[in-house]
Design a protein around this ligand. Structure first.
Ligand SMILES: Cc1ncc(C[n+]2csc(CCOP(=O)(O)OP(=O)(O)O)c2C)c(N)n1
Length: 689
């Protein structure tokens, strides 16, 4: 049973949150419109945040949503940093980069709130999983609205949390609305908590406007989670009293039932608790004094926040956490042994797992795949155990978010995607969360995602795509594409060491190539292109597998007196343009060869940048090579002219030359024509994957 000494601080917290929200509402329209970000106030919903957070320790992580002022304050987030953020000030918790919908205060365990509905749910599960893996006794909590039950990511993460008994509390503030749409118009007539129950977790329901009731269920759920009994779901019914977004009353809009708002006002959490305090022996006078005392503090903070400076325009600063700078090449003294690209990936993974006892590797079907993801993880589970090399449910967005959540607590992972095509399902977590986190919150997100691009044989439109340009388009993600076995090892180790999200793209046709790879552990720069072949006539900037095709073409063209310079671009983001510019300075001719589509592809990017910076050096219009504008077909008869190869490179190089120095097209092409089966890189390649 709650005592007066337990209840009084809860009441104070709720009053403080209410006064802050009212303070924001009153100032939102003030002259000059200094508060210029969307606000989602939690007036009427204060009890949920306060009742749950009362049981948390500073190291327990809390994650929120677009409507998280209350969660932030209930977890003791700094008030000045909150208000200053609303004013877009340098003293704001995101230094003005986020506004009301992006909040953080890691010093008290408020780990982050963002406005993508559902996005922080997997982060909380990941943070709690990190705590479980570290054995630090922490729990994590995520607050969200009833709208999240319509998002797949909720189900993906509940499934995993339940499977692994992760100490996380899923707290649903069921305020009946998603924007202005009623729950009954969005979801069938079944209970929300029933769904959580079906996911196998402990379920609690409480009156979300009664802080005492919330406090009690949260106490039980937190205890259970700390005792290792697994996750819990709390459904707290409550009501939003103001408009969805903004400072106003919106009763006139008509989406609320007649009399509903008035009834809920009677059930205001502050009123309910004030009455209870009286029953527990507190005088009305003493209760009445709480508000004005708190208001003084709050008003002073508004003044201070308003007076604090706006941030300097630092533009792209902080998109990435600072990385080490690694050597461009592997140590040459060690260069003797020859191994495959897949062996190099496996070796780097093993070294990284041995080096960091908290690192884990996770991917769909990993334990049951006899080939070990094309050899790249073979035997690692036996070597490092089933808690370090794990299987992953078919839940790409949820699990990527969970790994990001773990990364926020410093637990790194290597995620393995058999095909990059599946990574699109995790686009929200990658593009909206991982890529934005450091810019917004100054928190590193060290996670490596290995994804396989390109083709086996017959993989067709959804198992063979090359999405590097798509991911390269997103500031905050690093995207690398090693070509040699040596780079595969060095760049994977550098990716693991990097404090940022790194997408490590492996072309399926590279796995079997062999090269010299030092046995020692070494890192290779993630941001430096590599000059592979010097030449004076034509510059070929190539990505991934196309580097090998460009080299083949260059060798044959050399026999006809045409001297190509070949650059392995290695990285899409950051893009190292300097070697290309230097080369174009010399050759005046540029060809870009990519494994992805030409339209909006890497060729477009490089050509545009070269034209912008070195237009006068170009003797002839640059050329792009890549895929045509249609999906990859399966049948060999349809695919035979779909993929560019050495012949395509040869033809285009010849087209770049002046007619008087052009070798015979037929003679060159006949030497470059693909030998053997058209849909395998060499006779050793084993399909179908
Ligand atoms: C993925 C996503 N889809 C749509 C939106 C637009 N949106 C912002 S708030 C909101 C309503 C969310 O309702 P609920 O989760 O119940 O939270 P509440 O606003 O009631 O607190 C929506 C749909 C969004 N932010 N994110």
């Amino acid at each position: 049973m709650i005592t007066l000494s337990d209840l009084l601080p809860l009441y104070r917290h709720m009053v403080r949150i209410r006064l802050v929200e009212e303070g924001i509402a009153n100032r939102y329209g003030e002259e000059g419109q200094l508060m210029r970000c969307p606000i989602h106030l939690c007036v009427g919903q204060e009890a949920a945040a306060v009742g749950v957070c009362a049981h948390l320790r500073p190291q327990d992580g809390v994650f929120g949503t677009h409507r998280s002022h209350g969660h932030y304050l209930a977890k003791d987030g700094d008030l000045l940093a909150l208000i200053a953020e609303l004013y877009g000030k340098d003293t704001g918790c995101c230094q003005g980069r986020g506004g009301s919908m992006h909040l953080i205060d890691p010093s008290v365990g408020f780990m982050g709130a963002v406005p993508i509905v559902g996005a922080t749910i997997p982060l909380a599960v990941g943070a709690a999983w990190a705590g479980q893996r570290l054995g630090d006794g922490s729990v994590a909590v995520v607050f969200f609205g009833d709208g999240c039950f319509e998002e797949g990511v909720l189900h993906e993460t509940m499934n995993f949390a339940s499977l692994r008994k992760i100490p996380v509390l899923f707290v649903c503030e069921n305020n009946q609305f998603s924007i202005n749409t009623l729950l009954k118009d969005r979801q069938p007539d079944r209970s929300i908590h029933g769904i959580a129950q079906a996911h196998g977790m402990a379920v609690y329901q409480a009156d979300g406007n009664d802080v005492e009731a919330v406090w009690e269920v949260a106490r039980q759920a937190t205890r259970r989670a700390r005792a290792g009994e697994g996750p819990a779901f709390l459904e707290l019914s409550t009501y939003r009293m103001l408009e969805h977004c903004g400072p106003n009353d919106d009763e006139a809009l008509g989406y609320r039932a007649v009399g509903e708002l008035a009834a809920w006002r009677e059930r205001c959490p502050l009123k309910i608790t004030a009455k209870r305090l009286q029953q527990l022996g507190m005088s009305q006078d003493a209760i009445d004094r709480i508000g004005p005392q708190l208001k003084q503090e709050i008003d002073a903070v508004f003044i201070q926040a308003k007076a604090s400076p706006l941030p300097e325009n630092t533009r792209g600063a902080n998109v990435f956490a600072p990385s080490q700078s690694w050597p461009v090449a592997a140590p040459t003294t060690e260069l003797k042994r020859q191994i495959t690209f897949f062996g190099a990936v496996r070796e780097a993974s093993a070294l990284a797992l041995a080096d960091d006892p908290n690192l884990f590797l996770i991917g769909e079907g990993i334990p049951s795949d006899p080939a070990g993801v094309f050899g790249t993880v073979k035997g690692l589970r036996q070597e490092f155990g089933s808690e370090r090399v794990l299987d992953m449910p078919i839940a790409e967005n949820g699990l990527t978010g969970i790994c990001i959540g773990a990364a926020l607590r410093g637990i790194k992972s290597i995620m393995v995607y058999y095909r990059i095509d599946f990574l699109y399902l995790a686009m929200d977590q990658l593009a909206n969360v991982a890529a934005k986190w450091h810019y917004l919150f100054h928190q590193p997100v060290p996670i490596v995602i290995r994804a396989i691009i390109g083709r086996g044989w017959g993989q067709g439109p959804q198992h063979s795509q090359s999405f590097q340009a798509m991911f390269g388009h997103i500031p905050g993600l690093k995207v690398v594409m090693p070509v040699t076995a040596q780079d595969a090892k060095g760049m994977l180790l550098a990716a693991v060491a990097d404090p940022n999200p790194v997408l490590f793209l492996e072309h399926r046709w590279l796995h079997g190539i062999i090269g010299e790879v030092p046995e020692v552990s070494y890192c290779t720069a993630l941001d430096r292109a590599r000059l592979v072949r010097e030449g004076k006539d034509v510059t070929i900037a190539a990505f991934s597998f196309m580097v090998l095709e460009a080299l083949k073409a260059a060798e044959i063209l050399a026999q006809f007196g045409v001297d190509c310079e070949v650059i392995d671009m290695r990285s899409v983001q950051p893009l190292d343009l300097e070697p290309v510019l230097e080369s174009v300075n010399k050759t005046g001719r540029l060809l870009v060869a990519d494994t992805g589509w030409v339209t909006c592809g890497m060729g477009a990017e490089i050509v545009a940048r070269v034209v912008e910076r070195a237009f006068p050096r170009l003797k002839v219009a640059p050329v792009r090579i890549g895929l045509p504008d249609y999906p990859a077909p399966t049948a060999p008869s349809l695919a035979y002219d779909y993929y560019p190869d050495a012949e395509t490179v040869g033809r285009q190089v010849i087209a770049l030359l002046e007619s008087d120095v052009r070798p015979s097209l037929d003679a060159v092409v006949s030497r470059l024509r693909w030998q053997g089966k058209r849909d395998v890189p060499n006779p050793q390649f084993k399909g179908p994957f």
